[in-house]
Design a protein around this ligand. Structure first.
Ligand SMILES: [Mn+2]
Length: 475
């Protein structure tokens, strides 16, 4: 008899609990914090808001969940701008910024974050992410709303009710970081579908007079200069990457597949707490070392070949970017060493050029000039301008949340981190003596610009040919 009574009761409770809004079954846990205090994020938002014009709004959207195949998605990585302004690492979120303020109820807010509400049936499949409550608690954002409210709030901002008052107008400019995937090609259609022009058209129909602009003002300049908390995270990413490179170089033996070397690298990254790589690992042997972004990593190495490993761990969103080139047999051949030493010398002069006030191109110019001079001396080229044939990329890029981080390309400033990565790549069939063919060398370190000398954040990783050989000679 009790059973009869209990069953319907259990049913009623089960039905009733979700409706009553009782806490979800799945627990939210913040496993890793990035160590950046919530107030820093608030200050960053305030600085962006400060630089805005009165009648503009900024919309920063979470990165999309990207589909790998069928019902499997790629592992999620947040949009770096949103990460930089909120620390919110989950999909389906939007940050809205306004200088004039966004009315929510009786109050005005300069920053409102919209997030996916917590839904038990979704969490059952894809795990628990911060909802409004957790975002407010952990990220200290004043206003966090469910993302189904975004549309109404945007409409109210673009058709401001307060605009009836003479000195209030609604927003007339929307800034977004970038337009969505520019074109989609469809068979049977002669023209590609352009998502961005559709977006612009739809927007101007709905909100005549509203201009959509790409590039969030001030943000690139802000992200370019790192604060102390960011530098600590970046140093952790660099330190982890150094260990990965050490393990790879120490473990390298002729006959190993490129992917085995990649595995040593990435095993070490993950073991030391990196959540991901900052970009697909590049491990190229012999002629594959001459392909700048080679990441197939399937070839078998053979004795006396060079291996180029360009790999960086991502730690709490920040990525290192380090390249070492080493002889798989533990000893450089004489010709390999000759080219290696030129790249090393070019890198040294590039690093020396990393000083406050120097132009962004200064390290590149310094490195390129060494490469040109030395290749002429070896008879590989005859004209300085031909150095570009063998050193065909820039020497430096900014580094931070993105491996190619945004920046102004202006004069170098204190607390800016850039890579210095000259290279020489002599592919088979190049117009020079055959003896140089299939030699590909790049050396890359992460350099912090300071008020004094440049600081090589990846200095602990052996760099000279002798040091690399010594490292490989250790049992
Ligand atoms: Mn790089």
């Amino acid at each position: 008899m009790t059973r009869f009574l209990l069953l319907p009761l259990a049913f009623c409770i089960a039905m009733f609990i979700p409706m009553a809004g009782v806490a979800q079954t799945f627990r939210f846990e913040l496993y890793d914090t990035d160590g950046i205090p919530a107030k820093n994020y608030a200050e960053r938002r305030a600085r962006v808001v400060e630089s805005m014009s009165e009648n503009s709004i900024i919309i920063v959207e979470a990165a999309d969940v990207r589909n790998r195949q069928n019902d499997v998605d790629y592992e999620y990585r947040q949009d770096s701008d949103l990460l930089y302004l909120t620390g919110f690492p989950y999909p389906k979120a939007t940050l809205l910024l306004s200088k004039k303020g966004i009315s929510i109820g009786p109050k005005l807010f300069h920053a409102v974050l919209f997030v996916r509400p917590r839904v038990e049936s979704v969490e059952q499949w894809t795990g628990v992410q911060m909802g409004t409550e957790e975002a407010m608690r952990y990220l200290h954002i004043d206003t966090v709303l469910n993302n189904d409210q975004l549309s109404d709030v945007l409409k109210s901002v673009l058709h401001d009710e307060r605009s009836s008052s003479p000195n209030q107008t609604s927003a007339d400019t929307i800034f977004i970081a970038r337009l969505p995937t520019p074109t989609v090609s469809m068979p049977l259609l002669e023209k590609n579908l352009s998502v961005s022009s559709e977006l612009r058209r739809g927007l101007s129909e709905k909100f005549p007079g509203v201009v959509l602009r790409t590039g969030i003002p001030k943000l690139a300049a802000m992200r370019m200069v790192k604060d102390q908390d960011e530098l600590e995270l970046l140093q952790r990413a660099v330190d982890i990457s150094i260990e990965g490179h050490l393990a790879t170089i120490r473990g390298a033996k002729p006959g190993m597949k490129e992917y085995e070397l990649e595995a040593l690298m990435e095993y070490t990254f993950k073991k030391l707490g990196a959540e991901d790589v900052g970009y697909p690992s590049i491990v190229g042997s012999s002629y594959n070392a001459c392909i700048l972004h080679y990441n197939t990593n399937r070839r078998s190495t053979q004795k006396n070949e060079l291996v180029l490993a360009d790999c960086g761990a991502e730690f709490r969103g920040y990525t290192a970017d380090i390249t070492r080139t080493f002889p798989i047999s533990g000893k450089f051949t004489s010709d390999q060493r000759t080219i290696y030493n030129i790249v090393k010398e070019a890198q040294d002069s590039g690093i020396a050029a990393c000083v406050v006030g120097a132009t962004f191109r200064a390290p590149h110019n310094a490195a390129m000039s060494v490469v040109a001079k030395r290749l002429i001396k070896l008879g590989i080229i005859t004209e300085k301008t031909d150095a570009k044939k063998y050193f065909m990329h820039g020497t430096s890029h900014y580094l931070g949340l993105d491996v190619h981080d945004p920046g102004t390309n202006g004069a170098l400033e204190e607390n800016v981190v850039i890579t210095v990565e000259p290279g020489i790549y002599i592919a088979e069939g190049s117009d020079c003596d055959k003896r140089w063919w299939n030699i590909g060398v790049r050396i890359e370190d992460d350099i912090l610009i300071t008020s004094g000398k440049p600081v090589n954040m990846s200095e602990k990783l052996p760099r000279s040919a002798d040091e690399i050989e010594q490292l490989m000679a250790q049992p």
